[in-house]
Design a protein around this ligand. Structure first.
Ligand SMILES: Cc1cc2nc3c(=O)[nH]c(=O)nc-3n(C[C@H](O)[C@H](O)[C@H](O)COP(=O)(O)OP(=O)(O)OC[C@H]3O[C@@H](n4cnc5c(N)ncnc54)[C@H](O)[C@@H]3O)c2cc1C
Length: 228
């Protein structure tokens, strides 16, 4: 049998698994390689994905893999592709363990690299009480005291957006006092508070957030924090 795959899909998140499923249904010899680093794995549930709303991401990916397993021309392999090379008629991909595979086509579905602020307390709450997308996490934090850690026009926009999920929203500019007077008026009219004090860290048990702590020693109650 020809050892060249029709397609190697690099990445087994929603995009890569979907591609693998369609290729499997088309009876293409397909290798899906996944490093198991889907960006939303830390979240308790997926928000806003029809048919899967609030479903834990780990369950979602397990269900996707099970669907691939029903297609004999598809193989899912856990590992990392570290390099690729174009040949005359196909591609050679190298894996972290030193092995190689060839494919006529390569589909990159490697996702995005999300970078949250390097503020004490953010990492352990990322994807739960600290989030980047109100459409993904706003519902779970509706009507709580919410904060938006951001500056400039982006901060104003996101604070006004988050107002849809709570009457209690504060824009935390983290030491930046340069809001335009027009923006201050817009925030004020929408009932959004502004706190310009430098932020020192986050407080709360485990992945929960109860307060934002400031460099001056003060704290502000906060159950959910939207970050850039
Ligand atoms: C914290 C958080 C929460 C989110 N919550 C929601 C939500 O509630 N609702 C929503 O709609 N969206 C949400 N998102 C966005 C959603 O997670 C992404 O849109 C989605 O995961 C993108 O899917 P993807 O397949 O493109 O990438 P990913 O899911 O990131 O998957 C990429 C995969 O490729 C693998 N990979 C990368 N490089 C290699 C390599 N060289 N070799 C092998 N494998 C590799 C990774 O290990 C990973 O498994 C959230 C994002 C984050 C960060």
């Amino acid at each position: 049998m020809n050892s060249t795959w029709d397609c190697i899909v690099v990445g087994g998140g929603a995009a890569g698994l979907s591609a693998g499923l369609v290729l499997g249904r088309a009876r293409r010899r397909t290798l899906v390689v996944d490093g198991e680093g889907q960006s939303n794995r830390v979240a308790d549930g997926i928000g806003g994905l029809l048919g899967h709303d609030t479903r834990p991401p780990v369950d979602f990916y397990a269900a996707g893999r099970a669907e691939l397993a029903a297609h004999p021309s598809v193989e899912l392999r856990f590992g990392e592709v570290v390099s690729g090379e174009r040949n005359d008629d196909d591609f050679t991909l190298e894996f972290a363990d030193g092995s190689t595979e060839r494919a006529r086509l390569v589909l990159l579905a490697t996702g995005m690299d999300y970078r949250y602020p390097s503020l004490p307390g953010v990492e352990e709450r990322w994807g739960r009480s600290v989030f980047h997308c109100p459409f993904c996490h706003g519902w779970e934090h509706r009507d709580e005291s919410l904060g938006v850690l951001d500056r400039g026009e982006s901060g104003v926009h996101r604070a006004l957006l988050l107002r849809g999920w709570s009457d209690d929203v504060t824009l935390l500019t983290d030491g930046d006092p340069s809001l335009e007077p027009d923006d201050v008026d817009r925030l004020d009219a929408a009932g959004v508070a502004v706190d310009e004090r430098p932020v020192a860290g986050l407080r709360g048990p485990g992945a929960n957030l109860t307060a934002v702590a400031f460099a001056d020693g003060g704290e502000r109650p906060c159950g959910g924090l939207l970050v850039p």
